[in-house]
Ligand binder design. Sequence first.
Ligand code: E4P
Length: 217
Amino acid sequence: MQLFLDSTDTAVIADLAATGLVDGVTTNPSLIAKSGRPMLEVIAEICGLVEGPVSAEVAAVDAEGMLAEGRKLASVAENVVVKVPLTRDGLIAVRDFAAEGIMTNVTLCFSATQALMAAKAGATFVSPFVGRLDDHGADGMELIHEIRTIYDNYDFDTDILAASIRNPAHVKAAAIAGADCSTIPPGVFADLIKHPLTDKGLEQFMSDWAKTGQSIL
Ligand code: E4P
């Protein structure tokens, strides 16, 4: 499973990318606003920090506007993925982007039929929002299972990118459900490595090792 960071904080992205475990980055208009920086500048900087796909979202809501903005975003770097909302106009734009060889991430997906339509349009990624569905009283992870089944039934190439991830349990469940990737907030990404029993065990090992008075080097 590929692990993406859902962030525009370039210092944090650089820090976590140093682990070699960050496969890509996703952004959205809210995260760009949070950065307080010009969008093209932030996207270019992120593309220099990670080799994998970096999603940059259009702001237009009509297909023509999305195509114009998407082409500009795609020109920033080879690893830019143009993110478009899962709307009628968004899917029209996705079809044209696919014909032009521009990668797309269809975002704000909340149903299996929406995901089916995104795949038929030729999306590179589809982003089902697990956390927001859970918040809404639905079962976000069930949607990942449904999309996996549909895509496998028909051999669609679109990658399932589990989004709106809130905790490590979401990442685990998305991996079990067969999501191709998860996009994860930095705090949750760091938590994926941690376990209190690892800390406790290491503390004991180090304490016992110190008592031996030995040195490996
Ligand atoms: C995904 O592409 C979105 O940027 C993100 O995962 C949304 O997460 P949120 O529901 O926590 O805002």
